[in-house]
Design a protein around this ligand. Sequence first.
Ligand code: ZN
Length: 422
Amino acid sequence: MAGEAAPRPMIFAADLLLPVSSPPIRDGALLVEDGHISTVGSLNEVRNDNPEVEVRRFSGYTIIPGAVNTHAHLGFRRGDAPRGGSFLRWIRELVQRLPERDAWLAEASRSSAREAIECGTTFITDSSPYGDCLPALAESGLAGIVFAEFFPFDFDTAEEAVDSYEETLFSLREGLPPRVRVEVSVHAPYTVDPESSRLAATRAREREDRLSIHLSESPEEVQFVLDGTGGLEDVFEVFGVRADWGGVGVSPVRYAESVELLGPNTITAHLATGILEEDIKILARTGSAAAQCPRSNEYLGCGVSPMPRMMEKGIRVGMGTDGLWSTPSLNLFEETLFAARLYGFDGETGLKLATLEGARALGMEEETGSLEAGKWADFVVIEAAPEGESPEQEILEVAADGGVAATVVGGEPIYDRARDAS
Ligand SMILES: [Zn+2]
């Protein structure tokens, strides 16, 4: 950082190191310089080559890449979520209670970020109305993206709506910490009209911005896009808005393609209801990525996404927790373990989904997601050091169950209860 001396190089070592992008290393170590990994290898090797560098050794622990959360909302709090079971009833209550959120948003978003850190997240994506959770992410020490959600209410034309949105977007981008970005979110097919969606997406693509959308999340959304009914058409009635653009006779994915929302920079969240083979083909052909939130989908009565099929078809798939009004925790490893049990993934697949695959879904794999020379030193320390051939399953289970002892982002421990033990 400008004006500050670069931190001293440091070797971090543990009984086991799981780089995810390469085989496990017993008594493994990372050499970290200027926030980046410069060497991955055995402790002996790394120490012999760098005898002057201080070693921090975590005995009885495993080092893995930090979790990459591809879809979350920091701006909700635990304990008073709207009732689940029906997406429509849930979102109606959420919309009614939006005004009350101002009173506790700052505290909730800070505490959500803290929870994510203590559960081993190093890179998070928040989606919040006009990026209102940016302060919490920016001060948290996490790397990540705030997707500033766009709601084109109160405007006469799509152009006015998008111009005004972009003014906010560009101002949010000023003075950000080096590893925090602000990108575009067109909230959902039932909240943003086709013209505004198309214009916001086209301009985002021209700037090479990332674009996040909620897509094919609920049965009600599928019905809205197909025939214009289902209840979502008047969910924003309190704001004087009626969604009269539904009823286009196709699936949400096909609709999203028709208004140019899809592409390699697009991350579609949920895809839980009504995804047909044809939709999977569209997602694959357009190069769109998928953020999967199976616990939220279950809570909201939204069904089960055909995640394995999407992976088979080469779609980039990452895990997301969603926010505390639709999920029990911001623990991405817990979310991933839930998915692994739901779909029968093995531990190796699970660990990869939670880390490297999430980074790929977000187009961040050059920076983070695995322990490789050249990437940021984003890793977590897990309270276990399994001896067997496939340690990944146990590591995923321990991480999911609160066994994260330290979270390190860009070489800086931002959570560290392993200090006494090492
Ligand atoms: Zn969401």
